[in-house]
Design a protein around this ligand. Structure first.
Ligand code: SUG
Length: 455
């Protein structure tokens, strides 16, 4: 790649729009916020506007920002597959009466957390110089298992140009290949345009001998397997020299760290992590140092500074770490970090004052998402793109002031301000949601991606 191409490489954060059925159903086992807030009344309009405001403020600050659409919910097709029949209204009414939990499952707006949409390898690191995409199977929970098909269609609709982008099949949706996408994958490098090393963090190993010293969580499920991470790396053509596979600390999973991005965030050469992030901390850092072309800058937060409870409640490590042109970095933290004294103190005295590139902290209110265990970093899928690749994107998905205005007006027109679990059976909600999504695909110019549009 020429020097000009290299400097044109940018990380684009594609945030998921919060869908019209955003609700609190307590569906995610091992996700403390989701389990604690099940049954609360949600405000989908506020959730969507909070997300859009985060996108807009990062765009205004000069970061490249994209947007991904939500999914078709309620997923009435999933209820039909499970034996409910009749008109859409009848299906919803029967499910609500006979299996209310299933109705809640098919209404989840969980696709907003696009860090779980898939794993992406930028063209710079791929043998064929194309960007590689694998949608995550999300097989650990039924509500998220419903996402990958539409996710695949959305990614193919936007990253359509085969000269630049290559799409791989979802891994087999079975426990051995349990895959939760970019939430467990971090690319470390010098500049974004320089070759990267891919850190894949897994919670358990499905096949083979149990390695000495290896342990598994006892309380909550490990959602990513080593085999899934290895398969994704293989699909993308990544070599051993480009990859590091590290086991997540099982005690962290048992404390509510259901993805690595709840306890570590990396960008460029910086890896900000809690001391409980990896089972083999030193081994992981050593391997990264050996394989990276640029020096790794580890920023380690010790347990004595931030307890596991504070880490999980504040989502400090689910912050976005963004690169600035002058080499500094900005940390975008959720508002909950201000509410925990130890966390806020650590940010000021340790991260900002420390010898590392983090020079600014920006606080964002994404409370509607946070109550379901989704912080700023969960809400975005990072895609590193060259200028030519950005120009080759299909659809109107890179945020501009005009798109922000259109999306805000769209939310104002279609979204409810209140959604209680009992409202999910309302056939009107399903119709509102479909009307909103139909309009959205036109607004984003991505063509038909939803089952109701495909017939
Ligand atoms: O998979 N919550 C999501 C949150 C995902 C956060 N993503 C990352 N860490 N990257 C999950 O646990 C809750 C839905 C509910 O309870 O209704 C939920 O699915």
């Amino acid at each position: 790649m020429s020097a000009a191409d290299l400097s044109s490489v940018r990380e684009v954060n594609f945030d998921g729009l919060v869908g019209p059925t955003h609700n609190y159903s307590g569906l995610a086992v091992g996700n403390v916020a989701s389990m604690n807030h099940g049954g609360l009344v949600s405000n989908p309009k506020e959730g969507a506007l909070q997300g859009l405001l985060k996108m807009k403020s990062l765009m205004d600050a000069g970061y490249a920002q994209g947007v991904l659409p939500p999914q078709q919910r309620p997923d009435i097709g999933a209820l039909r597959d499970l034996g409910f029949s009749g008109s859409n209204g009848e299906v919803l009414a029967r499910a609500s009466k006979e299996a209310p939990q299933l109705l809640r499952v098919v209404c989840s707006a969980s696709s907003m957390w696009t860090a779980n949409a898939g794993t992406i390898t930028p063209s710079i690191d791929a043998p064929d110089s194309r960007g590689h995409f694998t949608p995550a199977n999300l097989q650990s929970s039924f509500h998220r298992y419903l996402e990958p098909q539409t996710t695949g269609r959305v990614l193919k609709a936007i990253f359509r140009d085969e000269q630049h982008f290559c799409h791989h099949p979802v891994l087999p949706a079975t426990p051995a290949f349990s895959d939760e996408g970019a939430a467990n994958h971090t690319r470390l490098c010098g500049e974004h345009g320089e070759p990267g090393v891919h850190l894949f963090v897994y919670g358990r190993q499905a096949f083979g001998d149990v390695r000495s010293g290896e342990r598994e969580p006892k309380r909550y499920p490990a959602r990513q397997t080593l085999e899934a991470s290895q398969a994704v790396a293989r699909q993308h053509g990544l070599t051993e020299a480009q990859t590091v596979f590290s086991q997540q600390h099982p005690d962290a999973i048992d404390a509510g760290v259901f993805h690595n991005d709840v306890i570590a965030v990396g960008n460029g050469p910086v890896l900000l992590y809690h001391e409980m992030a990896f089972l083999d901390e030193e081994g992981t850092l050593d391997e990264l140092r050996t394989k990276m072309a640029s020096p790794l800058i580890p920023v380690r937060v010790p347990l004595e500074a931030v307890s596991m409870e504070d880490a999980v409640a504040s989502y400090l490590f689910n912050s976005q770490l963004l690169s600035n042109p002058d080499g500094t970095m900005t940390l975008v933290v959720p508002g909950e970090c201000q509410e925990r004294e130890a966390v806020w103190r650590t940010i000021q005295d340790y991260l900002l004052a420390g010898n590392n590139p983090i020079s600014e902290v920006v606080v964002k209110d994404v409370k509607q998402s946070m109550r379901n265990g989704g912080g700023p970093a969960c809400l975005r899928l990072r895609v590193v793109l060259t200028e030519a690749e950005r120009a080759a994107l299909s659809g109107r998905v890179l945020l501009t002031n005009a798109l922000y205005t259109d999306l805000t007006a769209w939310v104002e027109r279609h979204y409810r301000v209140r959604l209680a679990p009992d409202d999910l059976a309302d056939p009107q909600l399903a119709e509102e949601s479909l009307a909103a999504l139909d309009e959205l695909t036109q607004l984003l110019k991505i063509g038909p991606v939803y089952p109701f549009q495909l017939g």
